[in-house]
Design a protein around this ligand. Structure first.
Ligand SMILES: [Zn+2]
Length: 65
């Protein structure tokens, strides 16, 4: 089936992070990315600006699972 994936190491500056998420919808991937950013990187996704979200969106890839 089709799904979407995000690998944190693809993000600039996060090359050492092993986390990745896969979910059925992009919306779910965003939720998981935000949870991961809070838990692992002590970030507040509410503070991500449009440029950050546009950049992160380019890192979400369609996959076949
Ligand atoms: Zn990470």
């Amino acid at each position: 089936m089709k799904a979407y994936s995000y690998a944190c190491r693809d993000c600039e500056g996060m090359e050492a992070c092993p986390a990745s998420v896969v979910a059925e919808t992009e919306a779910e991937v965003w939720q998981l990315m935000e949870a991961h950013a809070r838990i692992a990187h002590d970030e507040n996704p509410a503070e991500w600006d449009k440029d950050t979200r546009d950049y992160l969106a380019t890192l979400i890839r369609p996959v076949e699972v």
